[in-house]
Ligand binder design. Structure first.
Ligand code: KG4
Ligand code: ZN
Length: 348
C-alpha cells in the first residue's frame, strides 16, 4: 500500500509518500517561520494562505523525488485535527480533491497519533505496548499504547502545553518565534541552579501536568532581576530544567504504574537536548528503552501523517472514505479514536 500524507495543522506544510513494502519514499516540509516571524507567533489566516500556496509545489517535488507516478498511490492521509481550523480545511480540501481526481480513498488522521507513531519510521522501531510522552506546542500527553488505535490516556496538561510554555516564556525573554529552540539555545549560556523553580504537580500523585503556574513564576523571577543577558540565560536555564525535570518525574511514574519499559517521546519538545539527556537516566534506573523520531520528524511533517494514514487505511478506519464532505476537528480528544475492529468500512 502506498500512501500520500498531507500535514497542514499549524505552521508547517508537510507532504510525504510512505510505502508499506519500501518504507518512506520521499518527504518535504515547508516551514512558515519567515511568514510569522514579524508577528511573534502564528497568524492563523496567514498560515492558511501559505499552506494553499505551498501544497501543490511540494506535492510535485515529493512525487518527483520518490520517482513514482501518482497513479501508484493507494490512498491519501491528511491531518483532520487538532489544529487551526483554516489550516486544517486547506489540507483536507486538497486531499479530498486529489482523492476524487485519482479515485482513491482519503483518511483524516489525528495529528497527535501522527506524532505518536513517528518513531515507527525509525530502525529499531518500538514494539507495542509502550508509554508515549507527546510534547508539542498544543499538547502534553502521557499515553499507554497497546497498538494502533489502542490508547489509554494516563495524563495530560490541565492548562498550557509544554511547547506553549516554552514559546510564551521565550517571547517574554525577547527571543524570536519559534521560541522553544531559541530558549533552549539561550539556556545553554545559563548558570545552573541560580534560581529554584517549582516542579508543578509533582508533590502529589497523578500523571497530569500544569505549566501555567511555572510560567508565572518564571516571569516573576525574570522581573526580580535587572534582565541582563546573563539574567535571562539563567532564568531560561531554570525554566527549562523545571519543565524537563517535571516531564522526567511523570514519565517515571507512568513507567512504574504501567509496568512497561519502553518509552516513546515525540512532538516538537522531544527535540530538546536537555530532555533527552535527563530521560537517559531512565535507561539505567528502569532498564527503559527510549525511542525518538529522527530530529526532523519531532516537529510537524508529512511523513508521520502518511504512516498513520497507512495504519488507518490498513485497518479500514471509519474515517477512510471516498466522500467529498470536508470535516475537520480543531479539537479532537485522542482517546475518541476508533480502535481496530471497532470500525469497519467497505473500502475496496
Ligand atoms: O510538534 P510541533 O512541531 O507542533 C505542534 O504540534 O504543536 O511542536 C512545536 C513546539 C513549539 O512549541 C516549539 O517551541 C517546541 O515544539 N520546540 C521545542 C524545541 N523544538 C521545538 N521546545 C523546546 N526545545 C526545543 N529544542
Ligand atoms: Zn505537531
Amino acid at each position: 500500500m502506498r500512501v500520500l500524507g498531507i500535514e497542514t495543522s499549524c505552521d508547517d506544510t508537510g507532504i510525504a509518500i510512505f510505502d508499506s513494502e519500501e518504507g518512506l519514499l520521499a518527504h518535504a516540509v515547508h516551514s512558515q517561520t519567515i511568514t510569522h516571524l514579524p508577528y511573534g507567533g502564528v497568524v492563523p489566516e496567514l498560515a492558511s494562505r501559505d499552506h494553499s500556496l505551498k501544497l501543490l509545489p511540494l506535492l510535485k517535488t515529493v512525487l518527483q523525488n520518490a520517482n513514482v507516478p501518482a497513479s501508484s498511490l493507494s490512498g491519501i492521509a491528511y491531518t483532520a485535527g487538532p489544529g487551526l481550523i483554516g489550516a486544517l480545511l486547506v489540507g483536507a480540501a486538497f486531499a479530498k480533491t486529489l482523492g476524487y481526481a485519482w479515485g482513491i480513498p482519503t483518511v483524516g488522521v489525528h495529528h497527535m497519533e501522527g506524532h505518536l507513531l513517528a518513531p515507527m519510521l525509525e530502525n529499531p522501531a518500538p514494539e507495542f505496548p509502550f508509554v508515549a510522552l507527546l510534547v508539542s506546542g498544543g499538547h502534553t500527553l502521557l499515553v499507554e499504547v497497546d497498538g494502533v488505535g489502542q490508547y489509554k490516556l494516563l495524563g495530560e496538561s490541565l492548562d498550557d502545553a509544554a511547547g506553549e510554555a516554552f514559546d510564551k516564556i521565550a517571547k517574554q525573554l525577547g527571543l524570536p518565534y519559534p521560541g522553544g529552540p531559541a530558549l533552549a539555545a539561550l539556556a545553554e549560556q545559563g548558570t545552573p541552579n541560580r534560581f529554584a523553580f517549582p516542579r508543578p504537580l509533582c508533590d502529589r500523585p497523578g500523571l497530569d501536568f500544569s505549566f501555567s503556574g511555572l510560567k508565572t513564576f518564571t516571569l516573576n523571577t525574570l522581573r526580580s532581576t535587572a534582565q541582563s543577558t546573563q539574567d535571562k540565560a539563567d532564568v531560561a536555564w531554570g525554566f527549562q530544567d523545571a519543565v524537563v525535570d517535571t516531564l522526567l518525574i511523570k514519565c517515571k511514574r507512568a513507567l512504574k504504574s504501567t509496568g512497561l519499559n519502553r518509552l516513546v517521546v515525540a512532538g516538537g519538545v522531544g527535540a530538546n537536548q536537555q530532555l533527552r539527556i535527563k530521560l537517559k537516566t531512565l535507561t539505567a534506573e528502569f532498564n527503559t528503552n527510549i525511542y525518538y523520531p529522527r530530529l526532523e520528524f519531532c516537529t510537524d511533517n508529512g511523513a508521520m501523517i502518511a504512516y498513520a494514514g497507512y495504519q488507518r487505511l490498513r485497518m479500514r478506519d471509519l474515517n477512510a472514505d471516498f466522500d467529498l464532505d470536508i470535516a475537520v476537528h480543531p479539537r479532537w480528544p485522542m482517546d475518541a479514536l476508533p480502535s481496530p475492529g471497532a470500525s469497519r468500512h467497505p473500502l475496496p
